[in-house]
Structure formats: C-alpha cells, structure tokens
Design a protein around this ligand. Structure first.
Ligand SMILES: Cc1ncc(COP(=O)(O)O)c(C=O)c1O
Length: 361
C-alpha cells in the first residue's frame, strides 16, 4: 500500500504478511521432494492427502494461491454460461479480478449480507434466488459459494446450522456448494471450542457439506505459499489438468508443502491467540469511539473499523508505527497474525485509542 513506511513496528494489513518461523524453515529445508507435475513429490502428496482427509474428501491438489484454487474449484462445478451465487463481499467476486468470468465463463449473482454472515435469513434469500436448470430464458444456477471465515465481512464465522440448511436446500435442487475456506482454520478453532470433535471435527463437518473447498496455508497458518483444493478424486484429476493448463503446475513443491504440513501441526490451535488480540484491539477502538466497530462481532483475527476518512486514518496510523488497510472510503481493516505479539497489540491499542478518541482541543 502506498504511503506506508518500511520501518513500521506492527503490520496489521493482512495475515498473508507472516514470515516462516525458524522451525518451519527447517522443515522446508529437510523436505523430501520430487516433480509434482509428475505427481511424484512425496511431501506434496502427503499434504494433499492430509488436507483431503481433514475435510473428508477423496483427494486434494496443491495450489500456489487461494485465488487459483477458488477459480478451479468453481470451474469444476460451474460450466461456462452458468452462474455462481455468492455474497456481494465475497473474495471470489470482489478480489479475484474477474478471473471466474475471464477464464471460466462463469456469471455471478450476489446477495447482500451484513458482515458477510450466512445466517438463516441469508440462507432463505439465497435459496429464493436459485434458478437451477432454468431453461432458455434465465441463467441456470450451478453453485453457491460460501466464504468461511469471511474476510471483508470482518472475519465472520459462518454458523454451522445455517451451512447445514443451505446444504439441504442446494443438494435437493442439484446445486453444488463451493467453500472458500481460506481462513477455515480460524472458524474451526472458534467453533471447535464447543464441538465434540474439536477444530478437526468442525473442519470435517463443513467439508462434508461442500462439493469443492479451497483452504489456505499462507494466511493465519503462516506458510509462505500454498492452498489446497479438495473434492472427489474425479474432480481433482480434472483440476490437475486445468492447473497445468493455466501455468500452475510446479515442480519440487515439497519445499512449500513441508511448510504447510508444519503449519497444520503447529499453527492451528494458536490462532486463538490472534483472535484474542483482535478482540482486544476492537474493544479499545470501540471504547475510544463507540460504534466504530462491534467488538462482540470480532470472533476471529479481523477487525473492520468505520472511520471518517480511511486513507487519512491509515496514513496517521502508519506515522505512529501501525500499518492498516483501507478497504473503502470509510472502512479500515486490521488483521492479527503469527507475527503480531503482545507488544505489537499494545502499540495498536495505544494508536487506535489516540486516533479514535474525541479531540479535546
Ligand atoms: C477469503 C479469501 N479467499 C481467497 C483468497 C485468495 O488467496 P491468495 O491471495 O493466495 O490468492 C484470499 C486472500 O486474501 C481471501 O482472503
């Protein structure tokens, strides 16, 4: 982002900014590797099998980015000229630069949901929008995309009961569900606290509701690169062809997959620390300026703030050592992650308190 200094002391622009830990780098250095275009990289194969198993799917495929995993995951379930329904703030429709339309001929229709939340009302609206097998007049709905957690919505966790309701309605209509689970791990840690199967139980339960799912290793989990798409073995075989066709076939990816395996072993449960820090920052912001954010809605690692002038706010925070993102003219986002400690959180709390408090002079 322009105007941000290089010597900032806490960088809350995104959880993609994390750098691999020393232990992760060791795991990468020691990884067994082979040629992944030949499906001969043992570490990548192990990661794909591990993630597919976690979500209860037959197969997985490693991707350089979450965007490409989403594009090919959607392509598996939506033919050119058919439509994907998603909410208006969804990453697939807002931040993948039209890739689904440009490369797959997918059309989209959106529903509006505060914070991107898929509650029962939103499910009712989605179901009312669906036009499967619409014939020669309307675009046929082939799939619905759900984002969990929801990035631009503010790290929103999707209620499991609503996901079940949506699954029941879509599957009886022959409409597929695609999960953009870039931050599924964050949702799973929150919901896993009350789930008999813990975070793994949540991941498995959600995986069982969707035809295709992409999950990221390079956001809260702290790997430098990597997403995995999961689906049926037949779908993943098709995705493997498309991945190569689109230039995403890489060779000794075990170096990267090792980082993902390390992250799954060591960095999932600790997401709760990121969530607690985000909540602390949100509480301080709301105390300084009531209504600028709702701390009770901050369930994971993302806080969205309403401010008068987002660009000016981001610059003022940067001058004080805190990097934030402007998401819109009046919307600022901050994200906690592996590289944000208590000291960084203290700095963010102090700076936001200063900038949001009413001026006395
Ligand atoms: C919800 C969501 N989905 C997908 C992506 C895409 O991931 P990538 O940046 O690896 O393409 C992001 C990136 O931030 C995201 O937040």
């Amino acid at each position: 982002m322009s105007g941000v200094r290089a010597d900032l002391r806490v960088d809350l622009r995104s959880d993609t900014l994390t750098r691999p830990t020393a232990a992760m780098r060791r795991a990468m250095a020691e990884a067994e590797v082979g040629d992944d275009v030949y499906a001969e990289d043992p570490t990548t194969n192990a990661l794909e099998a591990r993630v597919a198993g976690l979500l209860g799917h037959e197969a997985g495929l490693f991707f350089p980015t979450g965007s490409l995993a989403n594009v090919l995951g959607v392509r598996l379930v939506v033919a050119p000229g058919e439509e994907l329904l998603c909410d208006a703030l969804a990453h697939v429709v807002r931040a993948e630069l039209g890739a689904h339309a440009v490369t797959s001929g997918v059309t989209t229709r959106t529903w509006h949901a505060p914070r991107g939340l898929l509650d029962d009302d939103a499910v009712d609206r989605v179901v009312a929008m669906m036009t499967p097998d619409a014939g020669p007049y309307l675009v046929s709905t082939a799939a619905v995309a759900v984002e969990d957690t929801h990035n631009f919505g503010g790290g929103t966790v999707q209620p499991l009961a609503s996901l079940h309701r949506l699954h029941a309605a879509t599957s009886s209509a022959g409409v597929a569900l695609h999960l953009d689970g870039a931050r599924l791990w964050n949702a799973a840690v929150v919901q896993g606290a009350d789930h008999p199967g813990g975070w793994q139980g949540v991941v498995r339960e959600i995986g069982g509701l969707v035809a295709t799912a992409s999950v990221c290793l390079s956001k809260g989990l702290g790997a430098p690169v990597g997403s995995v798409l999961v689906s049926s073995a037949e779908n993943i075989a098709r995705a493997r062809i498309w991945r190569k066709r689109m230039g995403g076939g890489m060779r000794q990816t075990g170096l990267l997959a090792a980082a993902g395996l390390h992250a799954l072993d060591h960095h999932v449960e600790r997401l709760a620390d990121d969530h607690a820090r985000a909540r602390r920052i949100a509480e301080a912001a709301a105390a300084a300026r009531p209504g600028c954010t709702d701390p009770a809605a901050v369930e994971t690692n993302i806080v969205v703030l309403d401010v008068d002038d987002a660009r000016a706010f981001v610059l003022a925070a940067a001058e004080r050592g805190v990097a934030l993102s402007a998401l819109g003219p009046k919307t600022v986002r901050l994200v906690t992650h592996l590289d944000v400690d208590d000291e960084g959180t203290d700095l963010a709390v102090a700076v936001l308190t200063e900038l949001l408090s009413p001026r006395t002079s």
